[in-house]
Design a protein around this ligand. Structure first.
Ligand code: NAP
Length: 263
């Protein structure tokens, strides 16, 4: 266990079978909490849970959930409560990318991006908020993006959802008031995950360069550190935000971007 302990806490991380969510869930589990890995694909979530070693009396469970479906989000929280107890730490991480110029951007895809990355997190927050306030402790961590701070070409739906979730983060923090519950957003830059790798081809055609060149000539040119971030770097920071030591930090949207965005 590292510097920050999450012992005896229950953490629920969405989209946690892959990438950033998996790193957050892993780091939180290593910090001592009981963990629920929720994801769209039940088998992937189960595999992720099986990848975590048994550790003391800590429990670990997989939950199938679709963040674009209200009923599924409520059932996810209920299932976590039944198996592990009330949710102390909620991480709204599930997400996906779709890139196209506005003229040809599918409205249904715009809607889906908003449903998964804004409405779903709102519903999950609603499902855990009252109990967190009653217990006078809670952490809600929303995974936004540097695309929640700046516009990026071809990402109308993604940028809208990621800007929106910063608004939700601020309202949640204000409504939490002095209840002992905090809510913050993490805004990662480019992190080496399937989500980033899978968009290179479409981005390449948008920018008129090959997929191989998009990383080097478009993406990394904007990043002072000139590298993709590692998922563990996001996981470590999420553990800190979930810990007692971060109690005074709330309503913030914090960039982890290798210097890409500085506001
Ligand atoms: P990832 O590796 O693709 O992981 C995202 C996970 O979310 C996948 O397991 C995916 O499942 C799941 N998911 C997608 N739609 C879902 C739904 N409707 N309900 C439940 N789960 C769903 O991507 P990642 O890069 O780690 O992204 C995690 C979060 O970080 C996202 O919110 C993303 O926007 C944000 N982010 C990423 C970066 C980056 O550079 N990677 C930067 C800034 C922000 P399937 O694979 O089965 O679809």
């Amino acid at each position: 266990m590292g510097t920050y302990s999450l012992a005896n806490k229950v953490a629920l991380v969405t989209g946690a079978a892959s990438g950033i969510g998996l790193a957050i869930a892993t780091k939180m589990y290593e910090a001592g909490c009981h963990i629920a890995i929720a994801d769209l694909d039940a088998a992937k979530a189960e595999a992720a849970i099986n990848g975590l070693p048994a550790q003391g009396g800590q429990q670990k469970i997989a939950i199938q959930a679709d963040m674009s479906d209200y009923g599924s989000v409520y059932r996810m929280v209920e299932s976590c409560e039944k198996q592990l107890g009330s949710v102390d730490i909620l991480v709204n991480n599930a997400g996906f990318q779709y890139v196209a110029p506005i003229e040809s951007f599918e409205p249904a895809m715009f809607q889906k991006l908003i449903d998964v990355m804004l409405v779903g997190p709102f519903v999950a927050t609603q499902a855990v908020f009252a109990k967190m306030k009653e217990r006078r402790w809670g952490r809600i961590i929303n995974i936004s993006s540097i695309n929640g701070k700046i516009g990026a070409p071809f990402k109308a739906g993604y940028c809208s959802a990621k800007h929106g979730i910063i608004g939700l983060t601020r309202v949640t923090a204000v409504e939490a008031g002095d209840s002992g519950v905090t809510c913050n957003a993490i805004c990662p830059g480019f992190v080496d995950t399937p989500l980033v790798r899978n968009q290179l081809e479409d981005l390449g055609s948008g920018y008129g360069v090959t997929p191989e060149k998009v990383l080097e000539e478009v993406i990394l040119k904007q990043v002072p550190q000139n590298r993709l971030l590692d998922t563990a770097e996001i996981g470590d920071f999420a553990v800190f935000l979930a810990s007692d030591q971060s109690a005074s930090i709330t309503g913030q949207a914090i960039n982890i971007s290798g210097g890409y965005v500085m506001h």
